[in-house]
Ligand binder design. Structure first.
Ligand code: ADP
Length: 169
């Protein structure tokens, strides 16, 4: 199971996979951080498709094509904004991963790369987010033998170390 899970440091816009996951906001209209990087790399057609989808509530996800990205699809997942940890943030974060995997299944996708959802501008502490992300990824890998590879792409070496530690724990 864990041989189908990999943690790498890098830029998710360079990853070739059936889908990459975007840490989007509810408007699906683009933003900063990984969202901005994905929209820049995919081109304006991605924004045009996103704007046909309407709003996406926190904890949910929507799928589009990948356009100029090496990835075939983008799954736009809206993570929670950190508000201190007592406003359902853990469950909403878990829900992003679960809904992303549900879209993978629905569309017959086998390889996916995730960024560390909510741990940038949205302020979710990465030490708390990493075990939630990894728990949901492991659960999906156990339930779904058709999943070939799940990659978590960490932007910094520090973030990679946090996830590596959480994976070993
Ligand atoms: P959020 O608003 O959900 O917190 P951010 O984009 O601000 O989303 O941050 C989510 C994570 O994505 C952060 O760890 C950030 O460092 C990382 N990140 C930013 N750009 C990229 C990229 N090109 N590839 C992978 N991860 C990225």
């Amino acid at each position: 199971m864990t041989e189908r899970l990999e943690l790498i440091q890098g830029d998710i816009t360079h990853v070739t996979a059936d889908a990459i996951v975007n840490a989007a906001n509810s408007s699906l209209g683009g933003g900063g951080g990984v969202d901005g990087a994905i929209h820049r790399a995919a081109g304006r057609e991605l924004l045009a498709e996103c704007l046909t989808l309407g709003r996406c509530p926190t904890g949910q996800a929507r799928i589009t094509k990948g356009y100029r990205l090496p990835a075939a699809h983008v799954i736009h997942a809206v993570g929670p904004v950190w508000q201190g940890g007592r406003n359902g943030e853990d469950e909403l974060l878990a829900s992003c991963y679960r809904n992303a995997f549900a879209l993978m299944e629905k569309h017959g996708l086998r390889t996916v790369a995730f960024p560390s959802i909510s741990t940038g501008v949205y302020g979710f502490p990465i030490e708390r987010a990493a075990p939630i992300a990894l728990r949901e990824i492991r659960a999906a890998l156990e339930r779904r033998p058709e999943l070939e590879r799940v990659t978590v792409v960490l932007f910094s070496e520090k973030d990679l170390k946090v996830y590596q530690q959480a994976l070993g724990a």
